[in-house]
Design a protein around this ligand. Structure first.
Ligand code: SF4
Ligand code: SF4
Length: 483
């Protein structure tokens, strides 16, 4: 590291350059319409899904998607995940990551441009801003002008609607953790748990801050995905790109007409800056691929509108591959795009494999679970008649929506007897317990064996839980300790 003192000129340089506020202009076109449709679907799902009902029988909640922390369950339509099955959630995360990789290989940053919550909510906030404060030019003029009563009124209205949206967002979030209609009533009557109000407050603040103020800064400085995506992309992935070969040399329409009249070349780009004005991250796509470009396609709409107005072919900015851009720059015909290639096949194959494993696991999973914990203090006790006793804690989980009779037995040592303590015994049926619907029953199992039956300090036993009505058996091997 250099220890030389800074020169006076260097001291005058700022350590970083403050970014200018971005005032995205409204635009219409194919991609803008697509973004509206995706935005409506995403927000519709997010806000309304907690109110969708799903009948699971009389003992289970009827909310289609519910994260039930008190009961330690995750419900997703017909799927019910127990805490010990958290590997399904791991599988879902792996699937989500692979889907992101596949999307990237096929269509570039389609996630960033259309589906990412930061994009969706920022888009919604921008549309509210535009509706209340007007389009780009009006907003720039107002922000650089003095404060007036009208300006204060408009700003207050905008922030009020922003906070309402943020509040709805936080409110919808907590509805995924309790019965939605009941929680809505409790929230309205101020009878909901404190945690619900706290989380609504946190989500309201983060939504308001991220979508209202931080906007493109989140994509530029906080999100790791643009960096990862840049490392994952290849020459066949689609990206929003400016066609240099067609657009350059850029110049105004008037100048282009003059230059062309004397037989000099002029590009199709008339340097109108519309593509920059509509960009939600303030990127000039004509400078090439950039991390700041979320590939939302709005500059395509803007440029196509300009091209249509001046009677030139659209597509000066378009989704394109690096390979095609290079080919055009060299004056050759771009090769056909390869959608099916090694990486897309690999991602699709791994997605299919992980998905198939998860479906198989869900379809064949046991609805009866047995876990056994050997008491360590003491490891064993010797009874007055010399017999040896070991204590175990058993947990039997019944994942069915109806009660089940389960017999508990022990084998492996001749003459072993059992006693169940703290169970839910069935009268007249020793060793049989009743486990309620969708419940876990925990109780003690005392196993006693004659001293003569043990020929060493320990022996292996099998503890078996067997459903008495259907063929569902769980067996656990455990050590039985003696002196
Ligand atoms: S450059 Fe174009 S595609 Fe990229 S973020 Fe800006 S408007 Fe969207
Ligand atoms: S909108 Fe099209 S014509 Fe206008 S500056 Fe951008 S690329 Fe050039």
């Amino acid at each position: 590291m250099s220890t030389q003192p800074l020169a006076d000129d260097d001291r005058d340089q700022p350590l970083y350059e403050a970014t200018k506020k971005v005032y995205p202009q409204g635009v219409s076109g194919w991609f803008r319409r697509l973004k509206w449709i995706i935005l409506s679907i995403c927000l519709g799902i997010y806000y309304l899904l907690p109110f969708v009902r799903w009948d699971r029988g009389p003992y289970l909640p009827n909310q289609a998607v519910l994260i039930d922390f008190p009961a330690r369950r995750f419900y997703f339509f017909f799927v019910e995940i127990w805490p010990q099955e958290v590997y399904y959630l791991t599988g879902l995360l792996i699937l989500a990551a692979l889907a992101l990789f596949l999307m990237n290989a096929v269509a570039g940053r389609i996630w960033c441009g259309y589906l990412c919550p930061q994009t969706v909510w920022t888009d919604l906030y921008l549309s509210v801003e535009r509706l209340i404060e007007g389009d780009r030019r009006e907003r720039i003029q107002r922000d650089s002008g003095p404060w007036t009563a009208g300006k204060v009124g408009l700003k207050l209205s905008k922030h009020f609607i922003w906070i309402m949206i943020a509040w709805w967002t936080g409110g919808a979030w907590v509805l995924y953790f309790a019965d939605a209609p009941t929680l809505v009533k409790d929230l309205a009557s101020l009878e909901a748990p404190f945690a619900a109000y706290l989380w609504i407050g946190i989500l309201t603040f983060t939504t308001y801050a991220l979508a209202g103020f931080m906007r493109e800064q989140v994509c530029l400085y906080m999100c790791p995905w643009p960096r990862i995506q840049a490392a994952l992309t290849d020459q066949d992935a689609l990206n929003v790109a400016y066609r240099y070969d067609r657009g350059e040399p850029r110049m105004s329409l008037k100048q282009a007409t003059r230059i062309k009249a004397i037989g000099e070349p002029a590009g199709d780009c008339i340097d109108c800056n519309q593509c920059v004005a509509v960009c939600p991250t303030g990127v000039d796509i004509r400078e090439g691929a950039q991390l700041g470009c979320i590939q939302c396609g709005l500059c395509i709409d803007a440029c196509d509108t300009v091209m249509a107005k001046i009677n030139r072919p659209t597509g000066l900015i378009a989704y394109d591959t690096d390979q095609a851009i290079k080919a055009r720059a060299c004056g050759t015909t771009p090769p056909p795009r390869r959608l099916v290639r090694a990486r897309t096949i690999l991602y699709a194959a791994v997605i299919a494999l992980v998905g198939a494993l998860m479906v198989y696991g869900l379809a064949t999973r046991s609805m009866l679970d047995l876990s056994v914990l050997h008491e360590r203090t003491p490891l064993f006790t010797q009874l007055r008649d010399g017999a040896i006793r070991n204590n175990f804690t058993l947990r039997i989980a019944n994942k069915r929506p109806e009660s089940r009779l389960v017999s508990v037995s022990v084998s492996g040592i001749a003459g072993a007897t059992t006693e169940l303590i703290g169970a839910n015994p069935v009268p007249g049926r020793p060793g049989v317990v009743e486990v309620g619907p969708d419940q876990t029953l925990e109780f003690k199992l005392l196993v006693t064996v004659p001293r003569a039956a043990l020929d060493g300090p320990k022996a292996m036993i099998q503890i078996k839980a067997q459903d008495l009505t259907i063929n569902d058996i769980r067996t656990v091997q455990e050590n039985f300790f003696g002196p």
